[in-house]
Ligand binder design. Structure first.
Ligand code: 5GP
Ligand code: MN
Length: 315
């Protein structure tokens, strides 16, 4: 896809990522926003986001300009969905997406069926930010764009650690760091640093985790009561599933938090032996081979049973 050609002579462009935005989602939407400011300064661009975008990303250019209320009259000439693998994940942006004259989707989820009129889905890319780098014309990448792209790659690759990092991903990171932002500070302050209560709730989740299937699986859950007690939001629980996954011998880690009565948000991580995207997709979710998520109804035990049944089939 030639992104600028696809955007063509659009006068207004809407941009959105997915609900409960993570690092790659916030970074990819702001990267495109900053890029279009350089490449097409005449375009009126609106970035939508919902569910309290994590404030750790407030150093990214455009963060304060994001539209949180979905207030926009009329329709967009072009609407770009980034890091969004299914229509339901567009949240409140779906109506703008549906009304737009033309839609574009850039993503890296293999479960993405191609949501838009024009799609660039690269399942082997580390992140949507990596795909955007490939689509951007280098003359319009400035420090702000580079900082966004770097942040997205850092977050979706667990600081360059996951198997989604290819030789090309490292080359791109190498080119990005040339722009002169403080990479180590971004990694420390947005990936590793947690608030005191976040660490406390992580500790609780680890303490109450259960190993099963001969130690090949681990599961833990945070209920509404605990979230209220520590006064944390879902976005503050990011990283817990990865820590569970770091348990020696574990092949699949499952973390869930209570969204409502008998409704849970489930996150799964795998070391590659089990394809967790396949399992998440079975229950209406999606993601990647080694990192996937889904919302499920039932009790904690119902959900563990349903998931472990599917995990067992793949083991
Ligand atoms: P996480 O477990 O960190 O929320 O998400 C892991 C991966 O699975 C991410 O790539 C995310 O986009 C995807 N994912 C998480 N939850 C859902 C969901 O409910 N539906 C779909 N389609 N994908 C999800
Ligand atoms: Mn992503």
């Amino acid at each position: 896809m030639n992104l600028l050609n696809e955007i063509g002579s659009a006068k207004n462009v809407g941009i959105a990522g997915h609900i409960r935005p993570d690092g790659d989602c916030i970074s990819s939407t702001l990267a495109l926003y900053a890029y279009l400011k350089c490449a097409r300064p005449d375009i009126r661009c609106v970035v939508f986001t919902q569910d309290n975008p994590p404030s750790i990303f407030s150093y990214l250019e455009g963060y304060d300009e994001m539209n949180l209320t979905y207030s926009f009259d009329g329709k967009f000439d072009v609407f770009v969905a980034l890091d969004v693998s299914s229509y339901d994940r567009l949240g409140d942006a779906l109506t703008f997406f549906e009304k737009a004259d033309k839609t574009i989707c850039v993503d890296h989820h293999e479960t993405n069926p191609g949501l838009a009129d024009v799609n660039e889905i690269r399942p082997h890319a580390s992140s949507t930010c990596e795909v955007l780098f490939e689509l951007f014309e280098k003359e319009y990448i400035d420090k702000a764009v580079a900082e966004c792209l770097f942040t997205g790659i850092v977050h979706d690759s667990g600081v360059f650690q996951y198997s989604n990092m290819s030789r090309r991903s490292f080359e791109i990171v190498g080119q990005l760091v040339e722009y002169g932002f403080d990479g180590p500070k971004i990694i420390q302050e947005t990936f590793y640093e947690k608030s005191y209560v976040q660490n406390q709730i992580l500790g609780r989740a680890l303490l109450e985790s259960i190993l099963f299937m001969d130690g090949k699986c681990i599961v833990s859950m945070v209920d509404k009561k605990m979230m209220d007690f520590y006064n944390v939001l879902p976005k503050h629980l990011e990283g817990i599933v990865n820590q569970l996954k770091n348990t020696k011998g574990v092949e699949v880690a499952i973390f869930m938090y209570e969204m409502g009565t008998q409704r849970f948000k489930v996150s799964m991580r795998s070391n590659g032996g089990v394809n967790v995207a396949k399992i998440a997709t079975l229950f209406g979710g999606g993601g990647h081979d080694r990192a996937a998520g889904v919302e499920m109804n039932g009790t904690y035990h119902d959900i563990i049973n349903a998931l472990s049944h599917e995990i067992e089939k793949q083991m």
